[in-house]
Design a protein around this ligand. Structure first.
Ligand code: PXG
Length: 288
């Protein structure tokens, strides 16, 4: 059952409530995380809590708890949910204020932790690979708000996702403000060409995904060379393999982008191998 913690109190899905004066709701003023629980164990909790606190710091929001205390409450929320495979959504908003934009009128941040489940694509989609298209909506330029901040402003990603849904594809490829390949609507992108794994660098308008970092480590350990470098759509179209990574999506192979087929076998051998290694890692950490 869904469990929700709000500023020190426990609720369920039906009883959890936030104020209409919360600036997270009024202005999207806040940050969030998405974390996975496998067999009762939280995957990469420290990395996610660090990213949450860094995102908050980057928007000038001080979380009134230590990283450690936030982690302990997150663990307690998972225990109370009774779920062994779950998705955790921590949120920190600027808190309650008045109807003006000024964050100084919000004396205390609101802290929320939701534990529930998340569903992505069907098993069939994972087996066959995703069909994607390039969205016309770019990632906002970093001078507006760093894409590294996991903020409550996901409208560009949502508009991109909507374009994809309208066109009947599974997911969208988003470019950054320079037109470089950035990421999907909530996932990072990797391509394989001639045995080399390539992914856009952190400065190319992406959120630096925790799963992305795990996959880079797994590939390196498997002897697959990894390069973080600027990619354009040509690199994606002409890849031997391509896949997406994310906490919710895990590793999802891509079979087509903008009508161009990617490689010949989907999922390709390196994608399949990394997928196996990822699940082995998750299982071994859960058993530890
Ligand atoms: N890029 C963006 C913009 C994201 O929001 C990722 C990459 C992958 O990061 P992790 O750390 O999860 O490997 C995310 C992940 C969804 C969903 O429904 C995904 C995210 C947030 C909300 C929903 O797939 N974030």
């Amino acid at each position: 059952m869904a469990t929700v913690w709000i500023d020190g109190e426990w609720f369920d899905e039906e009883t959890a409530r936030v104020s209409v004066y919360d600036h997270g709701l009024l202005y999207g003023d806040g940050v969030f995380e998405g974390i996975r629980v496998y067999q009762g164990k939280i995957f990469r909790l420290t990395e996610h809590i660090d990213r949450l606190f860094d995102s908050a710091h980057a928007i000038g929001l001080t979380i009134p708890l230590t990283r450690d205390a936030f982690a302990r409450i997150t663990e307690e929320a998972v225990r109370r949910s009774g779920l062994s495979d779950a998705y955790i959504r921590p949120l920190v908003t600027r808190g309650r204020g008045d109807l003006g934009i000024d964050p100084l009128n919000c004396p205390t941040p609101s802290l929320i932790i939701i534990v529930d489940v998340i569903r992505m694509w069907s098993e069939e989609r994972y087996r066959q690979g995703l069909r994607m298209m390039t969205a016309g909506t770019p990632i906002p330029q970093r001078e507006a708000l760093s894409p590294r901040v996991k903020s409550l402003n996901y409208l560009c990603h949502i508009m991109a996702k909507m374009e994809g849904a309208n066109a009947g594809v599974d997911e969208v490829l988003m470019l950054d403000a320079h037109g470089w390949v950035a990421e999907a609507s909530g996932m990072n992108l990797f391509v394989v060409r001639d045995g080399v794994l390539r992914t856009p660098p952190a400065y190319a308008g992406i959120l630096r995904g925790v799963t992305r970092d795990v996959v880079i480590d797994l590939a390196t350990a498997a002897g697959v060379p990894v390069r973080e470098e600027i990619l354009n759509r040509y690199d994606v179209y002409t890849a031997d393999e391509a896949f997406l990574t994310g906490t919710a999506a895990e590793i999802a192979a891509i079979r087509e982008v903008d009508g161009r087929s990617i490689g010949t076998v989907v999922p390709g051998p390196i994608t399949l191998d990394l997928h196996k290694r990822f699940h082995a890692l998750v299982r071994s950490e859960a058993a530890a």
